[in-house]
Design a protein around this ligand. Structure first.
Ligand SMILES: Cc1cc2nc3c(=O)[nH]c(=O)nc-3n(C[C@H](O)[C@H](O)[C@H](O)COP(=O)(O)OP(=O)(O)OC[C@H]3O[C@@H](n4cnc5c(N)ncnc54)[C@H](O)[C@@H]3O)c2cc1C
Length: 439
């Protein structure tokens, strides 16, 4: 019997694409002009397209890859109410009023997204699963307890610290000494959500065109001219929604957006009893250690989907999958023999202060810097960017006034990200308790 952890059908492909494949080929001609051209067809671009098309604007969304093939069909599907920067950190950095305002935006993004799913009847297996942040050490648990006290005091957030017997009721790993449960959050199938947005935006009249890279944006009479790999297109307004995939064609944004790779694997279908043991309550999970692991069940409850090694560069898919498997088996020794069917990665888009950005630069609108929380935040800020184009007063957000600073030493080659990620991993190795092995 083979002991390889890779399944015979192993492939480098997001697990999500099995149920919702991305659309390639059969490209329509590029129109000569549009009211609004949106660069990037993830949640941000599509949400903007939906709002603009419903307001009667002629909208063209361009993507260099297949529509939605960026992070929006590759993520873990967590629908959260938090930002990457912990609330406690924002309190210390910006004071209570600003910290409350920024986290208020995260909750507004959650509310906007879940209401949209309901209003548009998007069938994306959304459920209000709740989320748990897990701690390896007492120091991490104390940090989570402080975070919860601050969230509760300043935002009235509900939740509770899990200790003792409660841990086993929520998690099949013996590695953790406690956790923080935030029940208000949810989970969905990210590619089905994306497909729903594409369908609704197209039904409203938007043209969504993949495999058409925007090579440059220049001012032109009455707006802008976009040079693309398939010809030029003119637009009165442009929205750049490229987040972690922001590149050379928009150099001002590129210098402000740091890409970091995030890696995920899916197991083969597991014994239902084992899934129940590992994920007793079916919630989404994150661990508080610096290497940033996350895991959840597949929406059909048969597999474990595991993310980690964030920031590390991609080696070949098989090596990356094996490395992911080893980290998963460290947390869940019962999965030592579980084989991996899918490995994939995608790019997070980080800003210097880990807060999102929305605004106007040289007449070009933008919404980016989702910092790993763009499922709700991109959907929300895409809508807000569309309202800006429409001149609607409801477009304001708490992020409008933030200056958009460059990333130090970064001009387009994120060579130092894997090094920083390796240092974080080293910190974790020094801090963690010894891993337990299967009996
Ligand atoms: C593995 C992983 C797990 C994650 N888990 C979660 C999670 O559970 N919850 C959550 O909230 N967030 C999560 N995220 C982050 C989330 O996926 C992103 O924040 C979100 O999808 C960003 O959406 P977006 O539309 O702004 O960008 P994207 O979906 O990345 O779309 C940007 C698009 O721009 C296109 N593009 C770039 N340059 C050009 C150009 N010059 N011309 C044309 N097109 C261009 C790209 O091809 C890409 O399709 C995760 C991300 C990854 C990678």
């Amino acid at each position: 019997m083979s002991t390889d952890v890779l399944h015979d059908d192993f492939e480098e492909k997001p697990y999500w694409w099995d149920a919702a494949p991305v659309r390639r080929g059969d490209l329509p001609d590029l129109p000569a002009r549009a009211d609004v051209v949106i660069v990037g067809s993830g949640y941000t671009g599509l949400s903007a397209a939906l709002t603009l098309a419903r307001a009667g604007r002629e909208v063209v969304v361009l993507d260099r890859d297949a529509p939605g093939a960026g992070a929006s069909s590759r993520n873990a599907g967590y629908v959260g109410t938090a930002l990457l920067a912990p609330f406690t950190k924002l309190l210390a950095q910006h004071g209570a009023a600003k910290a409350v305002a920024y986290y208020g935006q995260a909750k507004a993004a959650f509310d906007y997204t879940t209401t949209l799913i309901e209003r548009e009847q998007i069938r994306c297996q959304y459920n209000r699963s709740g989320r748990i942040y897990w701690a390896y050490t007492q120091r991490q648990l104390d940090g989570l307890a402080l975070e919860f006290t601050n969230l509760n005091t300043h935002l009235g957030k509900e939740g509770r610290i899990l200790r003792g017997d409660e841990i086993a009721m929520e998690c099949g790993s013996e590695l953790y000494c406690g956790g923080l449960l935030i029940p208000e959050t949810g989970a969905l199938h990210p590619a089905l959500f994306l497909g729903g947005l594409i369908e609704r935006a197209e039904a409203a009249g938007a043209s969504i065109i993949g495999e058409t890279e925007v090579l440059g944006i220049a001012p032109a009479t009455g707006g802008h001219r976009l040079e693309t790999a398939r010809g030029n297109i003119e637009a009165k307004n442009v929205i750049v929604a490229t987040n972690g995939y922001t590149g050379r064609s928009t150099p001002w944004f590129q210098r402000r957006m740091l890409p970091a790779l995030a890696h995920m694997i899916a197991t083969e279908p597991l014994d239902p009893g084992l899934v129940k043991k590992l994920l007793p309550s079916g919630r989404t999970n994150l661990d508080a250690r610096s290497t940033f692991h996350y895991w959840r069940g597949s929406p059909d409850g048969t597999r474990l989907l595991f993310g980690g090694r964030t920031g590390l560069s991609a080696s070949d898919p098989e090596t990356s999958a094996r490395a992911g498997h080893a980290e998963m088996a460290e947390i869940f020794p019962e999965l030592e023999g579980a084989r991996i069917t899918h490995y994939w990665n995608g790019r997070l888009g980080l800003t210097r202060d880990h807060l999102p950005r929305i605004g106007l630069k040289d007449g070009v609108h933008f919404a980016m810097g989702m910092n790993g929380a763009g499922l709700p935040m991109g959907t929300y800020l895409g809508h807000k960017a569309a309202l800006r184009v429409l001149g609607d007063g409801a477009s304001t957000t708490e992020f409008d006034a933030l200056t958009f600073k460059t990333i130090p030493f970064y001009t387009g080659n994120p060579w130092f990200v894997p090094t920083l990620a390796r240092l974080e991993r080293l910190k974790h190795l020094l801090e963690r308790p010894p891993p337990k092995t299967a009996a």
